[in-house]
Design a protein around this ligand. Sequence first.
Ligand SMILES: C[S@@+](CC[C@H](N)C(=O)[O-])C[C@H]1O[C@@H](n2cnc3c(N)ncnc32)[C@H](O)[C@@H]1O
Length: 245
Amino acid sequence: MNGKTPDNKAKAQSNPQPPAPNRFPDRIERVGAREGYDRWSETYESTPNPVVAMDSRHTIKILAPVAGELILDAGCGTGRNLRPLLTAGTAAVGIDFSIGMLQVARRQLDVPLALADLHATLPFPDGCFDAVLCALIGEHLSDLGAVYSEFYRVLRPRGRLVFSVYHPEMSAAGIEANFEQAGVEYRLGAIHYSLAAHMQLLEEAGFGGIFAQEFNGDRDLIESIPAAEKYLDAPILLVLAAHKF
Ligand SMILES: C[S@@+](CC[C@H](N)C(=O)[O-])C[C@H]1O[C@@H](n2cnc3c(N)ncnc32)[C@H](O)[C@@H]1O
């Protein structure tokens, strides 16, 4: 955890809710990521979210999935990124530790899904995936180095990792995943990793060819989510790509 206690204004920026003038949550509750995403699962995809919008625009393009590839979507949630992987003709597999998120994915998609914690040994043999995608989970991973090592283990030689995360400047500012339900604002916490920390942990896990791309809020984003106006020209998304030697 970054130890900061962000105010309500920052929270509203991180995950803007549909306009509701003069409406504030009755109370704020802190929950762990698993419980939080279980609760959030049914409304996750319909919650306007600038980070998700930017991720949808950039991350799959960077992954550049090729038909026939076996790709792991680690922390697949409701399967938002599994859809374009299927469209590209890949054999995609999703894992997540939230039963609620997986149930939504199961209803929507015909792909192999499994309940798994990224902090444990992944339920796959060494070297089996052409690529691993891990989108928008980084701030929940307390042992990121171990997670990167597991991704390295399950990738085939020259296999690639694409890891997107909301920009470290946002976590450094105390912004964290949050959502509102029945008058309660749930806050899921955020562990801060700097860009340098990501690069170092990737290298220590054995990855090479590491490159990072940062994306700022722009007019297209604000057109789709007007409440994201405050993010114009501000860093929102970091995408790291690397490959196994
Ligand atoms: C912000 S959502 C992103 C979901 C999906 N990747 C996407 O981009 O739409 C974060 C997801 O990470 C999952 N998650 C967080 N920590 C996890 C862990 N340790 N193991 C497995 N899944 C985890 C949550 O359950 C949730 O589905």
